[in-house]
Design a protein around this ligand. Structure first.
Ligand code: NDP
Length: 356
C-alpha cells in the first residue's frame, strides 16, 4: 500500500484558509485492469487554480467523498506531470517510468500520487528533450500563447502583435513563439527598478520592443510606435491585464484588428473606446484554453505537439519559475501543506512549481 497525500478544499474561500492536506491509501499495484498508478513529478500553482479554490472560476471539479474525506472535497490543481509507477493488465499504451499529464482539466494535480484510468492521460516524451518543468507546465501558459497567435488571426511573417502582461509566463511564451513565427511584437510591462534588465531579458527571448505602462499611456510615445511599425497595422492584441493598461494598448491596434482577452490581472474591466469599433472595425473576443479543448477538437493535442518541437529545438525556454521541493513518500501532512501554502504566498512574485 502507498500513503498518498493531496491538497484538498471542501469549501470556497481564501486558499490559505481553505486548503488542507488529506492522506489516503492507494494499492501499490492497480487492481482494475484499466487503471494506472502515478507519482507526481511536479505541479505548478496557476492563477486559475487559485480562482477555483476561491470559487470564482467557472470550471471546477465537483466536491466528493471519493478520497475518504469527512466533508465532500476536491483536490486542487489542474496541471502537472506524473510518472507511471504501475499499470493494470489491460493497459498497453503506457508502462512504468512513462511521463504523463492529465488529458483534461479538474484532474486535481496537487497530490503525491494518483490512481486513474489511461484514457484520462496524455503521454509525453521523457527522453531528456523536455525538462520536468517544461512538461509540467505545457498545457496552460505556452499552449495559450501558441493558440492565441495561431488560431484567431492569419498572421504572416513580418506582422505585428501587441500584448500587455509581457512579463507573465503567457506573455514570455508569446514573445518566443511569435519570434519563431516571424512576427514582430510590442510587450507592455509594469515599470520597476530593474526595468532595463527586464527589457534586455525579454528582448533576448525575441521581443521586438518592450514598453512601460507609462509609455503605453502617452500620446507622444504613440508616434514612436508608429515609426517602429512603419505604418503597418498591428493586427492582434493579447490582453491579460484589463483597466486603463488595456484601453491604452487597444488604441495602438490597426484597422480590422482582433483583441483577445484572456486574463484580468488588474481586476479591472475591459473598457474600449467606441471609435475603435466604428472606425477601425475592431473585433474583441475572449480566449479560454479550457474551452478550446471542446470548441476546437484536437487543439490541445496539436498544440502540445508543436510546443514539444519548439522546446526540443531550443526556440522556447523553460518557464521562469521558483521550485518548492516536497517529498512524495516521506514527510508529514503539515510539511506537505506548508509547501503548497508557501507556493500560494510566493505566487504573487512569480510562477511557483512544486517538485517531488
Ligand atoms: P504570471 O503569474 O506568470 O504573470 C502575471 C503577470 O501579471 C505578471 O507579469 C505581473 O506583472 C502582471 N500583473 C499582475 N498584476 C498586475 C496589475 N495590477 N497590473 C499590471 N500587471 C499586473 O501569470 P500567468 O502567465 O500564469 O497568467 C497570466 C494571466 O493569464 C492570468 O490572469 C491567468 O489567469 C491568465 N491565463 C488565462 C488563460 C486562459 O485560457 N484564458 C490561460 C493561461 C493564463 P509583473 O511582471 O510586473 O509582476
Amino acid at each position: 500500500e502507498i500513503t498518498a497525500k493531496a491538497i484538498v478544499y471542501s469549501s470556497y474561500g481564501d486558499p490559505l484558509d481553505t486548503i488542507a492536506c488529506h492522506s489516503y491509501k492507494l494499492p501499490s499495484k492497480p487492481i482494475n485492469g484499466k487503471e494506472v498508478l502515478l507519482q507526481t513529478l511536479a505541479c505548478p500553482l496557476n492563477p486559475s487554480d487559485i480562482n477555483q479554490i476561491q470559487g470564482v472560476y467557472p470550471s471546477r471539479p465537483s466536491l466528493t467523498k471519493e478520497l475518504g474525506t469527512i466533508e465532500p472535497s476536491a483536490v486542487c490543481g489542474n496541471e502537472g506531470l506524473f510518472k507511471v509507477l504501475a499499470t493494470g493488465s489491460e493497459v498497453s499504451e503506457l508502462k512504468a517510468g512513462d511521463w504523463v499529464i492529465p488529458s483534461n482539466v479538474n484532474f486535481g494535480t496537487w497530490r503525491s500520487h494518483a490512481l486513474t484510468t489511461s484514457e484520462n492521460l496524455t503521454k509525453l516524451p521523457n527522453d531528456g528533450k523536455l525538462s520536468i518543468a517544461e512538461a509540467a507546465t505545457i498545457t496552460v501558459n505556452p499552449s495559450s500563447a501558441y493558440q492565441m497567435l495561431t488560431l484567431y488571426v492569419d498572421l504572416k511573417p513580418g506582422d505585428w502583435f501587441i500584448q500587455n502582461g509581457g512579463n507573465s509566463q503567457v506573455g514570455r511564451a508569446a514573445i518566443q513563439i511569435g519570434k519563431t513565427l516571424g512576427l514582430k511584437s510590442i510587450s507592455v510591462v509594469r515599470d520597476r527598478p530593474d526595468l532595463k534588465e527586464l527589457k534586455e531579458e525579454l528582448t533576448q527571448l525575441g521581443a521586438t520592443h518592450v514598453i512601460t505602462e507609462e509609455e503605453n499611456s502617452s500620446r507622444e510615445f504613440g508616434k514612436t510606435i508608429k515609426q517602429w511599425t512603419e505604418g503597418k497595422p498591428i493586427k492582434l492584441g493579447l490582453n491579460c491585464i484589463g483597466g486603463s493598461n488595456l484601453t491604452n494598448m487597444a488604441r495602438k491596434l490597426g484597422k480590422d484588428a482582433t483583441l483577445l482577452t484572456y486574463g484580468a490581472m488588474s481586476l479591472k474591466p475591459v473598457s474600449l473606446p467606441t471609435s475603435l469599433f466604428i472606425f477601425k472595425n475592431l473585433t474583441a473576443k475572449g480566449f479560454w484554453v479550457t474551452e478550446n479543448i471542446k470548441r476546437i477538437p484536437g487543439s490541445r493535442e496539436s498544440t502540445i505537439k508543436e510546443l514539444i518541437k519548439l522546446y526540443e529545438s531550443g526556440d522556447l525556454a523553460e518557464i521562469k519559475h521558483d521550485e518548492i521541493e516536497v517529498s512524495a513518500n516521506e514527510g508529514t501532512e503539515e510539511e506537505f501543506l506548508a509547501a503548497f501554502k508557501k507556493g500560494l504566498v510566493e505566487s504573487k512574485k512569480g510562477k511557483q512549481l512544486v517538485v517531488f
